[in-house]
Design a protein around this ligand. Structure first.
Ligand code: NAG
Length: 452
């Protein structure tokens, strides 16, 4: 009797193991297919293998060990994977699809005036490096947020060119083993905080707060430098996506990311930025060195696509204030273009001008037929973005958005749990939204229930 029950226990245990094994295998299979069929992660464009972001070296790296030892003596460090080699040190800053050398080697001839050389060009399979990108020599565990807003280890980003070039603008200062960020930018030498306050005053927001009671939450900063504007917005409860190419200023985004500021390498070139329409409440360009007038205003029209109804464009650049003939000419042309796009100047002070895009289609509908830039055709989906060429046309609002005259979004943070109106446009009801966001809680309950 006793023996039999032991056997039963053993069999049921074995069953459990088999079941657990099956579940794990299923899980892995799901993960695999999930990752290969995820939108935006096209197989043909997947440079991963060696570069998938996971870092088996760093993952097991103890605080007190010398990083370089790990590489010098792999025998003693079995945690260093043998199957994936470490790339040569000269690839320590390799960004596979943004590799200037590859462009030259493949003789791609990107159009420099269109900034195509700063756009993504992924290597064909035989040109991919199957190795782990090594950290720079002397790499240290990064300084943690929030201290990292103001200082990072120099060894982690061994570039000091910007500190010299921008010394008068207080972008960054080399200070022994560290690089400090006093919070300045080309346009705001005195620090981003004062500049942010000035913008809130220009917009006459309550209590001089740029987040305007939660109505401004998502900001796009183009030509962001080391992203100090975005860094200082965080404490105002505003989250900025800071964008810059890897250009003559070296990799500014590398500094921004080391500081812990949301940012990405990108450029307003020929392809849409990878965000759906109506994603941002405010776009910012201070001395961002973008020629907004090129190609029938295609770059301003891309910003127009990205801005929400009533969204702002903050522009601080010599054209907005300098009075020499060349800057006047650019200013007048920009003024005319934005007027025909139905944008209005909300405020202009000192060296900054703030425009707002319309909150509904009314102004577009009042334009004389044949006006330029044209409205985009009705079969253009303003929300598809991956590898889609920009178009020199205005993305009008959907019938519903037009009717609502605004975003219909509630302010942050209530927005987190309130259904955004655009969900209805893609056929998700309020009930489905609430079911979806309460799912987590229920599952936790289930898990707890099962354990007890
Ligand atoms: C680059 O693009 C511009 C604008 O479309 C065009 O005028 C010029 O001819 C192009 N240059 C080359 C080398 O293709």
């Amino acid at each position: 009797m006793k023996q039999k029950s032991e056997q039963q226990i053993r069999t049921s245990k074995q069953l459990t193991y088999v079941l657990l094994g099956l579940i794990s295998v299923l899980g892995l299979v799901c993960l695999y297919y999930g990752s290969t069929s995820a939108p935006g992660l096209r197989r043909s464009d997947d440079e991963s293998s060696g570069f998938d972001g996971s870092d088996p070296v760093l993952g097991t790296f103890g605080r007190n060990r010398d990083f370089d030892d790990l590489f010098e003596d792999q025998e003693l460090n079995p945690e260093v994977p043998k199957s994936i080699p470490i790339c040569d040190m000269r690839y320590s800053e390799l960004i596979p699809c943004l590799d200037r050398n590859l462009i030259y080697q493949l003789k791609l001839k990107p159009n420099l005036s269109l900034m195509e050389h700063y756009e993504r060009h992924c290597p064909p399979p035989e040109r991919r490096y199957n190795c782990l990108v090594p950290p720079p020599k002397g790499y240290k565990i990064p300084v943690r947020w929030p201290a990292s807003r103001d200082e990072v280890w120099k060894a982690n980003i061994p570039h000091t060119h910007l500190a010299e070039e921008k010394s008068d603008q207080h972008w960054m200062v080399v200070n022994g083993e560290k690089i400090n960020f006093p919070g300045g930018g080309t346009h705001f030498h005195d620090g981003a905080d004062k500049y942010i306050l000035a913008l809130a005053r220009m917009l006459k927001f309550p209590s001089d707060k740029l987040n305007n009671g939660g109505n401004i939450r998502n900001v796009l900063d183009v030509g962001c430098g080391v992203a100090s504007f975005g860094a200082y917005l965080l404490s105002h409860d505003i989250i900025a996506m800071s964008l810059a190419p890897n250009d003559v200023h070296e990799n500014q985004i590398q500094f921004a990311l080391e500081r812990g500021i949301p940012s990405t390498l990108g450029v307003l070139g020929t392809k849409r930025l990878p965000y759906p329409s109506r994603s941002f409440e405010l776009a910012h360009c201070s001395r961002c060195r973008i020629d907004w007038l090129q190609r029938d205003g295609i770059l301003l029209l891309e910003l127009d696509r990205l801005l929400r109804p009533g969204g702002y464009f903050v522009y601080s650049s010599p054209e907005a204030y300098a009075h020499d003939p060349e800057n006047r000419r650019i200013w007048n042309a920009m003024y005319d273009l934005l007027k025909s796009m139905c944008w209005k100047i909300v405020s202009k002070k000192d060296q900054t001008v703030i425009w707002a895009k319309p909150i509904s289609n009314s102004c577009y509908l009042k334009r004389v037929p044949g006006s330029r830039p044209p409205l985009c055709s009705s079969d253009d989906d303003p929300d598809v973005t991956w590898n889609v060429l920009m178009k020199a046309c205005i993305s009008p609002y959907s019938a519903k958005m037009h009717h609502e005259k605004g975003t219909g979004l509630v302010p942050w943070p209530a927005r987190l749990t309130a259904p955004p109106p655009r969900l209805e446009e893609v056929g998700v009801t309020t009930e489905e939204f609430h079911e979806d966001i309460s799912w987590r809680g229920e599952k936790h309950y289930d898990a707890g229930h099962m354990a007890s």
